[in-house]
Design a protein around this ligand. Structure first.
Ligand SMILES: [Fe+2]
Ligand SMILES: [Fe+2]
Length: 167
């Protein structure tokens, strides 16, 4: 689909290349959210033990939030004339969020979540920088999502602190 020749901003015909770059970054963000949904879902079920409940419940809530982010990234891909990819294009990469050997190993899960959130934060800052001065709508959307990820990260930093003061 061709962008309008007289439109301004990121949908302008002259910004075709920039649009392609942004759609690429958004597609990567989309997959990061989907992989996070997969792993947070598992981590909202697997952990066992006295303090596992709080971690499981937090992650259960975040599964819904991350799925919402994936939807937002998908909608924006479409608005920028891209196509939301299918599962055959998926490449997994969240090594740290794989289930631990022992399901009572909460520190492993918490550290994995912090790593996933940190990775998301880094990628979303890249998108915010790439859209600067060209695509304010994507930038605005990603700023809000960045805020969510920083909140998630802070929550799990607090969980980790509890483990560190005990050892
Ligand atoms: Fe997210
Ligand atoms: Fe998150």
């Amino acid at each position: 689909m061709a962008a309008h020749a007289t439109a301004r901003g990121v949908i302008a015909a002259e910004h075709a290349e920039k649009r392609e770059e942004i759609v690429g970054l958004l597609s990567q963000a989309y997959w990061m959210e989907i992989e996070t949904v997969i792993n947070y879902l598992a981590c909202s079920i697997n952990p066992e033990g006295l303090r596992a409940q709080a971690v499981r419940e937090s992650l259960e809530q975040e599964v819904a939030e991350e799925l919402g982010h994936a939807r937002q990234f998908g909608e924006r891909i479409k608005e920028l004339y891209g196509v939301v990819p299918g599962s055959l294009e998926f490449h997994a990469g969240q090594f740290v969020l794989q289930p631990p050997a022992e399901q009572t190993d909460l520190a492993h899960v918490i550290e994995g979540v912090i790593a996933a959130e940190t990775g998301a934060i880094e990628h979303y800052i890249r998108i915010i920088e790439a859209t600067d001065g060209v695509d304010w709508a994507t930038q605005d959307m990603v700023v809000a999502i960045l805020h969510d990820e920083e909140r998630h990260r802070r929550l799990f930093e607090g969980f980790l602190r509890e483990f560190q003061t005990e050892t």
